[in-house]
Ligand binder design. Structure first.
Ligand code: HPA
Length: 245
C-alpha cells in the first residue's frame, strides 16, 4: 500500500475516499495521529498527518520512529513524504515542487534509529542514495501525466527548527550544496530505509529561504499559508495520479 505523510499545509487528504481511521500504539510510543486508510480512484492509500491532526507537534517533537513503525505494521510498502521547504536554489521559488535526490542532515537530539538499546545488534544501513529511485521516478511521471511541473533532483537540508534559519545559515547551507531547506526530512527517510520501506519526497517550496528573494528582510507566515494552499492543490492531483499508476 502507498502511504502519504502530509506536512504543513496538508493535514488531510480530501480526495481520500471511504477513509477509516486506525489508531495504533507502537513499541516506540504513539504516532502523530491515527492512520487514515481509504481509496483514491479505487486504489488503497494511507494518510498520516505528520504534525498531528491539529498541527500541534513541532518538527523536533515528532515521534518519527512511531510513525514509520506504524506504517510498516499497516502493510505500507511505499511512502511519499510531502514537506514544506524554503527555496535556496534560485529556480526554486515559492510554489515550486521538487523531488529531492539527496539529503544533508543538520538535526540533532532526535531519536533517529531503530537499531539501538539493549541487545540490538549494531547495524549500519546503506544511505548513499537516501531516496528510493523507482518511487522518485513514479512521482515525476505522475507530475508529467497531469501537467504539473515538478523538478527532478535537489539537495534537501534538514534543519532542527522550529525557528527558521538566519540569512547566514542559509548562505552556509548553499555553500554545502543544499537547494531546499526543511525541518522534517530526517530522521524520517533513514528510519524508512531501516525498515526496508521505499521512501521519496515531494518538497513544496513555501518561501524563499531566509535572506533570499522576497525573504531578504524577513519571512511572512501569512504568505507561506497562501502559497501552500495553492501548491497542495497541485500536490493532491499528483498523488491521485500516482495512486493509479
Ligand atoms: N526553512 C525551513 N523549513 C521550512 C522553510 C524554511 O525557510 N519554509 C518551510 N519550511
Amino acid at each position: 500500500m502507498l502511504a502519504i505523510i502530509g506536512g504543513s499545509g496538508l493535514v488531510r487528504l480530501s480526495n481520500l475516499e471511504r477513509a477509516e481511521r486506525r489508531e495504533m500504539s507502537t513499541p516506540y510510543g504513539a504516532p502523530s495521529a491515527p492512520l487514515a486508510v481509504g481509496t483514491i480512484n479505487g486504489r488503497p492509500v494511507a494518510f498520516l498527518a505528520r504534525h498531528g491532526d491539529e498541527h500541534t507537534i513541532a518538527p523536533h517533537e515528532i515521534n518519527y520512529r512511531a510513525n514509520i513503525w506504524m506504517l510498516k505494521e499497516q502493510q505500507v510498502s511505499r511512502i511519499v513524504s510531502v514537506a514544506a521547504v524554503g527555496g535556496i536554489r534560485k529556480e526554486f521559488g515559492p510554489g515550486a515542487l521538487v523531488v529531492p535526490s539527496q539529503i544533508i542532515d543538520y538535526t540533532w537530539g532526535r531519536r533517529s534509529t531503530f537499531f539501538e538499546g539493549a541487545g540490538a545488534p549494531v547495524t549500519h544501513i546503506d544511505f548513499t542514495e537516501p531516496y528510493a529511485d523507482g518511487l522518485r521516478k513514479e512521482i515525476l511521471r505522475a507530475g508529467s501525466a497531469c501537467a504539473e511541473p515538478i523538478a527532478d533532483g535537489g539537495v534537501y537540508a534538514a534543519t532542527q527548527g522550529p525557528r527558521l534559519e538566519t540569512a547566514a545559515e542559509i548562505d552556509r547551507l548553499e555553500m554545502d550544496g543544499a537547494d531546499v531547506v526543511g525541518m522534517t526530512g530526517m530522521p524520517e527517510a533513514a528510519l524508512a530505509r531501516e525498515l526496508g520501506l521505499d521512501y521519496a519526497a515531494i518538497a513544496v517550496v513555501a518561501n524563499h529561504a531566509a535572506g533570499r528573494g522576497d525573504s531578504a528582510q524577513g519571512i511572512s507566515m501569512e504568505t507561506i499559508g497562501l502559497v501552500l494552499e495553492d501548491a497542495m492543490r497541485r500536490v493532491r492531483r499528483i498523488i491521485e495520479r500516482l495512486a493509479v499508476q
